[in-house]
Design a binder for this molecule. Structure first.
Ligand code: HEC
Length: 271
């Protein structure tokens, strides 16, 4: 907040509080004889035949509650942030309290996790306390996708069966959880190798923006110095997301790829 705005907020706040005090005092003073509690003066409004609206000042205890509120407000504004940029005499801040609470939680978590740090995965799996902590972590971080029992859902693998896509040994599981897995590359080997597909057109899986499909290397008829000769060749195709790139850049990329495949030693050279 600029100091101009800060001053504006301070003035508006103080003036409002003073106006409240003035209003309380003004309405608390009887203006006519009989305008006191039980004094008998009424506004002249009558409902349901005999229900008269009285014009009595607030009872004293109620009035004092208002004054106490005002005093509380002033003490609060002196102690805590509230008046423009003034930070309050106690030096308290939300961010500071958040940091303190976070540090306390982290210290508790560190103490809880410390005994597990030196254990191996198979040891952890048989440790009841570790598994109880792990269950809490799983329910908080993993259950929304893998299900509360780890049974999986459509599109999310079942973690409770013996079937592992990325390997079920401890190291693979740690790698899966810590590094993440993203199955986007379909296995081409079988299709290309056994069926000898010469052209492959890849499908982009977001967040990827381009994919190159490489066909099988086959003998192809090429014209060289006016004669038809057999040459090895392969078909490379590029599928690209037009929101990110365009055809011209794609063509340049494919041309560069073609040159490098013919002279792979260039890959090792500095550009
Ligand atoms: C946002 C959804 C989501 C959350 C949250 C999530 N996962 Fe997954 N998880 C997946 C998907 C999708 C796969 C499959 C990835 C693939 O095959 O490319 C997967 C795969 C796995 C695998 C590999 C399974 C196998 O067969 O190899 C393990 C292990 C795993 N998750 C554990 C966890 C753990 C532990 C957590 C919590 C810390 C977690 N996941 C949180 C979506 C999620």
């Amino acid at each position: 907040m600029t100091s101009g705005w800060s001053l504006f907020v301070i003035v508006v706040t103080i003036v409002n509080i003073l106006a409240c005090v003035w209003l309380l005092r003004w309405t608390a003073k009887p203006k006519h004889a009989g305008e006191k509690i039980g004094g008998g003066s009424d506004t002249g409004h009558t409902w349901d035949g005999d229900l008269r609206e009285y014009n009595n000042p607030l009872p004293k205890w109620w009035l004092w509650l208002f004054y106490i509120t005002v005093v509380f407000g002033l003490i609060y504004l002196a102690m805590f942030p509230g008046l423009g940029n003034f930070g309050g005499l106690k030096g308290w801040s939300q961010a500071q309290q958040y940091e303190q609470e976070r540090a306390a939680v982290e210290a508790r978590a560190a103490a809880l996790l410390a005994p597990f740090a030196s254990m191996t995965v198979p040891e952890l799996a048989t440790n009841a306390q570790a598994m109880a902590t792990a269950n809490n972590l799983f329910q908080n971080n993993c259950a929304q996708c893998h299900g509360s029992d780890g049974g999986g859902a459509r599109g999310f693998p079942n973690l409770s069966d013996g079937d592992w896509q990325w390997g079920g040994d401890p190291d693979s599981i740690v790698q899966t959880i810590a590094g993440g897995r993203m199955a986007a590359m379909t296995p081409w080997g079988e299709i290309l190798g056994e069926q000898g597909v010469e052209g492959v057109f890849g499908v982009i899986y977001p967040p990827q923006v381009a994919i190159v499909g490489l066909g099988k290397i086959t003998d192809r008829a090429r014209v060289d110095n006016g004669a038809v000769v057999a040459r090895k060749g392969l078909t490379a195709t590029l599928a690209a997301d037009h929101r990110v790139s365009d055809g011209h850049r794609g063509a340049l990329f494919l041309a560069a790829l073609g040159r490098l495949l013919q002279e792979p030693e260039k890959l090792a050279q500095k550009p």
